[in-house]
Design a protein. Structure first.
Length: 264
């Protein structure tokens, strides 16, 4: 039984577009600023490349699950004894995917290919849609559901059925122009699902001139309260309490009145 609070660290960084090695070097530097006893480090969507909308460029940058990016993530998870999550530009059998990962210090790994592709931005023209449900990972006492960016807009896909998850993990490249929607959706998902929500966004400006806000990564508790602690580095930390979550669910069992459904 994991008894102490669960510490999470979000890394909100300015992704260097298309430069995998610069972003991996940046990650290694940032990991040195992660607080001690961190259990989970979360990186933005497509943290090694940024969003790449050209198929040829994307194919040149894409990696398999066993290549350099995942090898480094495994090494860092083992070194710092924490899980590391995010998403990267992946390829499998000639197809490109926006692939989320959750790598545990033991080496256990979970992957998820983004289901809701952002057609407005042309993501569906480059990447293949994932068809598996968003995974729920059991780690140090918490059940963690992992989704990617645009998935957040679809409440049925995010729905917490019979409290089957405790944390909704959202990695994103969500632009400043729609920042209000990002904030409202994150807070709404926390309240309606009675769960912690971790929303991890990038900052800076990408190669297309799209701007991303600083201070747009949040840890929200099961009552919809912001519990993020801002530091002087790109690292944002918070402590989560499973006993506090369970007490609230027992006191206010709204989940018992939820509708039954199946996602196909």
């Amino acid at each position: 039984m994991f008894s102490r609070n669960f510490r999470v660290s979000l890394i909100e960084d300015n992704i260097v577009w298309g430069d995998k090695h610069a972003n991996l070097a940046q990650l290694k530097r940032n990991m040195q600023n992660v607080p001690e006893d961190t259990d989970l480090v979360v990186l933005p969507e497509l943290f090694t490349t940024g969003f790449v909308a050209d198929r040829d460029q994307a194919m040149a940058l894409a990696e398999r699950n066993i290549d350099e990016t995942m090898n480094l993530i495994h090494q860092l998870a083992a070194k710092y004894q924490c899980a590391i999550a995010g998403s990267f530009l992946a390829h499998t059998a000639g197809q490109l995917f926006n692939r989320a990962f959750f790598i545990e210090p033991s080496g256990e790994e979970t992957f998820y290919d983004k289901r809701h592709l952002f057609t407005f931005g042309g993501e569906d023209k480059v990447y293949k849609q994932g068809h598996t449900p968003a995974p729920i990972i059991r780690f140090r006492g918490f059940n963690i559901k992992m989704i990617i960016c645009y998935d957040l807009r679809f409440p049925v896909f995010c729905r917490n059925v019979k409290n089957n998850y405790d944390i909704l993990l959202v990695v994103a490249n969500w632009p400043k122009a729609r920042e209000n929607a990002w904030r409202q959706l994150l807070f709404g998902r926390a309240i309606e699902n009675v769960a912690y929500v971790l929303g991890v966004n990038r900052c800076g400006v990408d190669n297309s001139g799209i701007e991303f806000s600083e201070n747009s990564s949040f840890v929200i508790d099961f009552k919809g309260k912001l519990i993020t602690e801002r530091t002087t580095s790109p690292v944002i930390a918070a402590d989560l309490s499973l006993p506090a979550l369970n007490r609230f669910r027992e006191k206010f069992p709204v989940w018992q009145d939820a509708d039954d459904f199946t996602i196909r």
